[in-house]
Write a protein that binds this ligand. Structure first.
Ligand code: MV4
Length: 439
């Protein structure tokens, strides 16, 4: 196991990774920008390195920090550099272990259009749409007319809501395609786009996998993430409810076959849309996801520990038979934002976290902490778990009532409205539920 690891991230995920390092006896090096100088995880790390405000995105800064502090590995967390193939390549080129997939795999799956082709070759059908990619407007328009409306325009290298547009009719196509392509070009030097039929009543289902990099892989069940606003997840659950067992088992098996087949290394998530009894592959994320705690709560597996074990030994210390699932878990992402979804940074004057049976809170907040304005607004993940979904909902509703955060605004009331809504309680949600019935 590693002796010393650099955590190349901030906020709640930096603390989450640090916690597992401490349990494994791994020394930790934390990085922080001046805006993050009072971050909670710095108090528990063995060493800290000050970096510039934008350096969470600067590959060289992270590698220099790791080399200067004699780190054997870097854990990227999620966001920032976590799915940057050049960063993974630079890290491994310096003889430091990247706790994640290989640069080649990140590059291969980071191109959503090539990921679709790979998935299809393993029997995971993509959403009906364009076969390859298109970069010019005229052929894209022709493709759109062939596919029919409504459709989704997606960037091959989009992500986190950038480079994606829903187009309901032909007149909207040119603007949507141009804007989505421009967004993608701002993040990645290629404007490759693809089109998909828009599935109106789909559910967003994903599968957690872990591979050893040599062709062995396991799946750790499903999650549902259908409640998203502007492509940012709000509530996630594990397992996905009310899916016929045989259909879900088939999806899990095909997912493991693909991950094994491409000799995938470390943690990953395959994302699907589920509509009328059919699963459609949309993309694969080559990182640990924000919502990993719901999977940890129902499997009892520490996914960050699994990541470090695979990264250091090249072996999966758990077999598929070791993985069992018990109960149901729900995660509510608490963002420091006002009721118009505008960020609400500032001093957290009074903080009371929920607790008690079946409650987990992943957060780097404390009373007196100043939420910086420079980064995303996710500040608390409240996770509840119980023997069944209804019980997990009851627990989450209680936990949300116990949650107090003064001095800044939050979306806690929005979560209560969702949890109280009959469609959610009856597990009849789909990707349009939030827009149609809540906001
Ligand atoms: C879709 C879709 C319906 N049809 N693609 C992809 C990225 C992820 N953030 C959302 N994605 C979706 N892709 C096709 N062809 C529905 C979603 C989707 C969604 C869309 C709008 C509003 C909320 C959503 C929640 C989950 C998934």
């Amino acid at each position: 196991m590693f002796r010393r690891v650099l955590i190349a991230n901030r906020g709640e995920i930096a603390l989450r990774i640090l916690r597992t390092c401490r349990e494994l006896g791994i020394q930790t090096v934390a990085v922080y920008s001046r805006a993050d100088a009072d971050s909670l995880h710095l108090r528990f790390s063995d060493e800290v390195v000050c970096i510039s405000e934008t350096s969470y995105l600067d590959a060289n800064s992270m590698v220099v920090a790791a080399k200067n502090t004699d780190c054997e590995a870097i854990h990227p967390g999620y966001g920032f550099l976590a799915e940057n193939a050049d960063f993974a390549g630079l890290v491994e080129g310096e003889g430091i272990t990247f706790v994640g997939p290989t640069a080649e795999t990140i590059s291969l799956l980071g191109d959503k259009s090539s990921a679709r082709k790979i998935a299809q070759s393993f029997g995971l059908n993509p959403v009906p749409g364009s076969v390859g990619t298109v970069e010019e407007l005229a052929p894209a328009k022709q493709l759109a007319d062939d596919i029919g409306y409504p459709l989704m325009v997606k960037a091959a290298h989009g992500g986190g809501g950038s480079g994606i547009r829903l187009v309901r009719e032909s007149a909207e196509f040119e603007r949507a395609f141009t804007e989505a392509q421009a967004e993608s070009l701002a993040l990645f030097p290629d404007g490759k786009m693809y089109l998909e039929k828009f599935l109106e009543r789909a559910r967003h289902i994903e599968v957690q996998v872990m591979g050893d990099g040599a062709g062995r892989a396991i799946q750790l069940g499903s999650r549902e993430c259908s409640i998203q606003r502007k492509h940012q997840k709000l509530i996630e659950e594990a397992p996905a409810a009310n899916i016929p067992m045989d259909e879900l088992q088939a999806l899990l098996a095909l997912s493991v076959e693909m991950v094994s087949g491409i000799e995938y290394r470390n943690a990953g998530t395959l994302e699907f849309l589920y509509q009328d009894g059919e699963f459609y592959f949309i993309e694969m994320n080559t990182r640990l996801q924000v919502e990993h705690p719901v999977t940890e709560c129902i499997t009892g597996v520490d996914l960050v520990r699994l990541q470090f074990e695979v990264a250091s030994s090249g072996e999966l210390h758990l077999s598929q038979d070791d993985i069992s699932q018990e109960g149901h878990a729900i995660e509510c992402r608490i963002n420091a934002e006002d009721s118009d979804f505008r960020p609400s940074p500032g001093l957290v004057s009074d903080l009371e976290m929920p607790g008690g049976p079946g409650v987990r809170v992943d957060s780097n907040l404390y009373s007196g902490y100043r939420i910086p304005h420079q980064y995303d607004s996710l500040v608390v993940k409240i996770v509840t778990f119980n023997s069944a979904r209804h019980g997990a909902i009851v627990r989450m509703r209680r936990a949300l009532d116990e949650f107090i955060m003064k001095g800044v605004a939050s979306n806690a009331e929005l979560h209560k409205r969702i949890l109280d809504h009959e469609t959610f309680r009856d597990a009849r949600i789909d990707t349009n539920f939030l827009q149609r019935e809540i906001i």
